[in-house]
Design a protein. Sequence first.
Length: 402
Amino acid sequence: MPDAYIYDHVRTPRGRGKPDGALHQVTTLQLATTALRALRERNDLDTRLVDDVVLGCVDPVGEAGGDIARAAALNADYGHHVPGVQINRFCASGLDAVNFAAAQVMSGQHDMVVGGGVESMSRVGIGASGGAWPVEPEIAVKSYFMPQGVSADLIATKYGFSRDDCDAYAVESQKRAARAWENGYFKKSVTPVTDVNGIVLLDRDEHMRPGTDMPALAQLKPSFAQMADMGGFSAVAIDAHPEIEALNHVHHAGNSSGIVDGAAAVLVGSRKAGRSAGLKPRARIRAFANIGSEPALMLTGPVDVTKKVLKRAGMTLADIDLFEINEAFAAVVLRYMQAFDLDPARVNVNGGAIAMGHPLGATGAMILGTVLDELERTGKETALVTLCIGAGMGTAAIIERV
């Protein structure tokens, strides 16, 4: 079975996902095109070698619908023979797109594939694509449906994370992201977004608040308490986990992932395809996995899928140098570190979605690239990337630097 290698990756900066955000006037197509075009241009890539483009997009409706991957590939001047497909596994879509690309290469059916993702959350609202899970009683009841923020508070309550624990983690994420930007750690992988005249609209993550501190976060009210009580979700949570007497609402906008716009692309191929393109591999995708997890807790899937992917790779936690877990909510990462007794110095070392934001369909590809850059910068060898997912799932990949 051929190995799958990462040859390059690129992402846009993340723009605040609001009408006054720097990328609000940029369409989903333009965002995806920016990433794909940058990947092509910086590698002088002959797109005749590209067999497919796989892009994650969580709300593929309106301007983001109709197979955004194919439209973006054409718009980025890839050859007309290059097909495209959009996939959706909620927050892990971007990583799964890369994993799907790797699977095509490893199966020997394709030689070179672009994986990645895009989400314009300021233009196509979160949840715009709807779905049966939250609205159909037959599935909502049996799966203990509740909004993700309520599940995050359930995790914090069940595993003993206080408001101060979550806020302290958020402050550290902001500090790490600010330090990474100041030191130029993201510079080689972030491509600016421009308008039709070539004027730069954004070249730096816009959501960050590097001056965030504990007193500032203490002023924020919990975001999900009223929703949980008035919507009946507190009762749902306690029914699912009767050991919990009452939910401790600890999450708010400051210790949860930011709503942002952004796109990312990762070039994956076989060793032979890389030679044909004149490219040197940067990392090998050693293993990847998906798993379903308990739907009420919902966001603990990274713990379960990490065990699965390590077993699949024949590795242990000690074999992994760096861990990159999406910061959907502070308690998600705190639980992950608690479950594996991880040193925080090995986890999200350059900050994460709490500081920089979470463009749903693109985040997985973004954090894969972030940790690859960090492996190269520090001379480390291996990294594990994972994300929690709505409805209780987890996706992970292990890469090793070449």
